[in-house]
Every structure is written in structure tokens, then in C-alpha cells.
Design a protein around this ligand. Structure first.
Ligand SMILES: [Zn+2]
Length: 76
């Protein structure tokens, strides 16, 4: 019985933060992986909540990166 419980937990793996980041950065190209990530986020409240926060974080990083790249921003 203990072993069965263990195997159930092993199969239900939440999405690691770095995979959520890769997902929102558009770095996940594999369609199977994309489908798995999207399916999990839709079906898992705790990952959806973390996905929301990571999306904000990724957006903030994108803005910061754009400011670094654009030589006319933030300089006089
Ligand atoms: Zn999850």
C-alpha cells in the first residue's frame, strides 16, 4: 500500500518553476511538452497560481531586457 501511494505521487509531478519560465519565454518548442504544460496548468490550481506569478516575472524581465537593448532608453 505504501508503495502504491508512492508511485501515485511520483506520477503527479508539478511543473518546476524553470519549466514555467521556459514556457512563457517561448523556449518550449516541443508540441508534446507544450500540451503537457498547458494541460497541467489548466488542471492544477497550484501550478496555475504559480504560472500567473511567473508570467508577471517574465513580463518584467522582458521589459528590463528591452530597456537594456534599446540604446535610446534610459540614456541621455
Ligand atoms: Zn501542478
Amino acid at each position: 500500500m505504501g508503495a502504491l501511494l508512492h508511485s501515485v505521487f511520483m506520477e503527479w509531478q508539478h511543473i518546476p518553476d524553470h519549466d514555467l519560465e521556459r514556457y512563457y519565454l517561448g523556449m518550449v518548442k516541443d508540441e508534446t511538452e507544450l500540451a503537457t504544460l498547458e494541460g497541467h496548468i489548466l488542471g492544477c490550481g497550484s501550478c496555475a497560481e504559480r504560472a500567473d506569478k511567473i508570467q508577471d516575472y517574465v513580463d518584467a524581465m522582458r521589459v528590463a531586457a528591452l530597456e537594456l537593448i534599446d540604446p535610446n532608453e534610459g540614456r541621455r
